[in-house]
Design a protein around this ligand. Sequence first.
Ligand code: F0G
Length: 457
Amino acid sequence: MLTKTIIEPFRIKSVEPIRWTTRKEREQHLRAAHYNLFLLPADDVLIDLLTDSGTGAMSTQQWAAIMLGDESYAGSRSFDHFRDSVQDIFGYQHVIPTHQGRAAERILFSVMCKKGDVVPNNTHFDTTRANIEFVGAEAADRPIPEARHPATRLPFKGNMDVAGLENLIARVGRERIPLVMLTITNNSGGGQPVSMENARAVSAVCRKHGIPLYFDACRFAENAYFIKLREEGYAAKTPKQIAQEMFALGDGCTMSAKKDGMANIGGFLCTNNSVLAGQEKDLLILTEGYPTYGGLAGRDLEAIAVGVQESLEEDYLRYRIASTAYLGNHIAEQGVPIVQPPGGHAIYLDARAFLPHIPLDQLPGVALAAELYLEGGIRSVEIGTLMFGAAATMDLVRLAIPRRVYTQSHIDYVIEVILAVWKRREEIHGMHLTYEAPFLRHFTAHMEPVAAEQVVR
Ligand code: F0G
């Protein structure tokens, strides 16, 4: 039977209280945090949608596996479980554990890139970009042009611009492109999936030029499920078969197990290239740890071994995607502008369209995120002018949904809060910066609301 009500495909065995605050308290907390939600103590947040990274709930099977953790320094049995489970899905020859995704990125780019190189991606996540720039190379985004328009609905809005990739290779030359990356799903582009057809086309371009293709695989399970739902020829395949087919198009991947690894910490780097794997392991030993633990405890490896498999279960994915879409569709029906269509792990509010009276230098995304906290204790994150400065092409507020943590009634509450803010949107003022760090300023910036008499209309 197909019902309208989305139910969580689990029952709850352990609970963690969340704390109510009054509006007056939230006003004080926000002032003390200089209107920067990163600076709020998490205890003062009711519903935390800052990120879906490392914030998920583990299953009974994962907790059971944790008790089996083998903490041996070398040759741990837990590493074997981890490697076998990862290889079963990803299929790559070498599996290198790391403490999280960005550690895998740093090692990959240190080994593969040098000054003057260019690394194309559909859209680089900020740590990916930073790690490429750290070795003196250039991170080039080549999303399809429609990805830059929040309201445009496309089934695979995370796709790479294949012609754009070809042009880039022709312009800079194959020798300067040590690898191409494809991020599934495209987080910075709105949590949008990449189609198998697009991955195949990108892979063909890479093969033609002899360039290795690596996946940024953080949300690979959600991406596989979107393919099952939306791409012709995949309805009868399991998410696991789809993921396996996609990874077979590449030469390796970086992964943050804090997302579709369903773990609170961890990551890995995979490759089919044995020479590179050797160099990568040497670097791993330098800062992360011996190659059979890579900075993780044996119990973390066990949790990931179970988690990557659970993320592909259809009951879970059906609920996950339906619940995110439910949030997006309910607010969009009332006119709230969001990045369309709803993605896998998050809903992105379009702050420029939500608050058209606030000029960009008065940080509409920061103003909107502050209001969601004031109204209902919800923490979100600005992805816009504060994060990227004048280079920002959109001002978005991301509501990322932790995995298996919040129930349908929590989501209903979030909808209610957003709609209350939407109703009084014209009263919301912009923000100005009072302190900024020289780089990555969004984490530590201080802001203040623009006073009523300074508002230009
Ligand atoms: N790639 C993508 C697409 C990501 O979304 C992230 C992290 C990383 C790489 C880095 O992984 O955090 O384990 O080092 N994204 C988190 C987020 C932080 O909130 O979107 P990490």
